[in-house]
Design a protein around this ligand. Sequence first.
Ligand SMILES: Cc1ncc(COP(=O)(O)O)c(C=O)c1O
Length: 465
Amino acid sequence: MTEAEERRESYETPELHSLPGSVLARPPGLERRIAPMPRVAGWDVKDLAARFGSPLCVIDERVLRAAYQRLDAAFRAGWKDTVIAASIKTNYLSAVVAILRSMGAWGEVVSGFEYRLCRDLGIPGGQIVFNGPWKSDQELELAFHEGALVNLDSDDELERVIKMARARQGELRVGLRVGVELNDAPWDKFGFAVENDHALEAARVIAREKNLILDGLHVHVGTYIPDAGVYGRACEALIGLGLRLERELGVEIRHIDLGGGYASRNTLRHTLLPGEAIAASAEEYARAITVPLKRAAAQFRRPPRLFIEPGRILVDEAAAMIATVRAVKRVSGQQKAALVDCGVHLLPTAFWYEHEIRPVEDRGQAVENYRVVGPLCMQIDVLRESALLPALRAGDLLVIRDAGAYNFSQSMQFIHMRPNYVLVHDGGVDVIREREADACVRAPERLPPHLINAETRGSILAGGG
Ligand SMILES: Cc1ncc(COP(=O)(O)O)c(C=O)c1O
């Protein structure tokens, strides 16, 4: 093969998506971006900001419950034995987890911290799926003891679990996280690859262990995967491997787990079309997974239970950030910049989403193109490179929509403290995470004795109050 031929990419059949009529009816990003939004979750934004401060994260319980209900109904319609194990890392505010749990969700955790959080909120170990590339021996022992479903991620982890299984009387049930090459860039840091038979080999090792039982197979194809077809192919891959393991190793595959990654309506940066135009619906994801499962059901020893581990599709749209314009700047030769009090430390998803930003006041039809920047002393603190907004002045409130996924859990205390997080529910509005005081950062610090002197003696760290 010549060098030129090698460089040429192989042909792939394009995938066609239908667009909702409403998307073509307007130029992308125009009126939708500037319609004022005086209320969030039914509450007056100005009142919320006056009561709880700005910036402020507002979570709408009704929207959260509706998202869960829709996904649950879509999957159960296709496969009755579906369990939603909500991805805890996507938003581990306790109130959010408690709401999802009250709807019936199990917890999907990837650390001891998340595991303990679920247990603290009353979720039994037997309704926790424990994933992640590294789990300590102590965490594994506790999870096994409490009946959690542990998905193994590596040979080293498998070896450690084999030792645990040999050291105890009863059997340990485990799942195997597998990797399937389905998307670009591949999500290949995790699990046992299917293509090179690494997964098959791991299953054989498990089958040889008297106390270790392979309960099921897990795959997580990536995050924000708008194409439901990827899930169809992932499901086919798990089915194919599962049936082969049942046939060749005599095991019973009791569950298959399709992980998370289902897209929300947020728009990815540098994409032509808004997220709501390209993201599959809950029903489309459900069909992509449950149709192949139904087709193959009779071939399994017993129809397996289906797990899904949704994150952003459940929580993204339930939260909004309220922010205040603190300055409007003109930079020579550039668009105007609106400096707001919510930065990427509270909204890290601004690095990959074009969050919809809406004014609160109705200022008519005239719009300007703003760069929306945050309050951090860092050039990269930019929420939107370009957003159409009405003429802004310092003091104006803005609403940044669909901010529920990964923003609290990846938020960073940097320069400013985290603000209040509130939940709007049928009974009113409650603070679910209080604005941080300086002590949240400083209290765990210690001043070593040799640094305590006349000046520092009065510090809270020297016991000086
Ligand atoms: C194993 C696993 N399950 C579920 C999720 C949730 O993903 P998402 O929020 O994209 O649905 C993740 C996130 O990356 C994950 O790693």
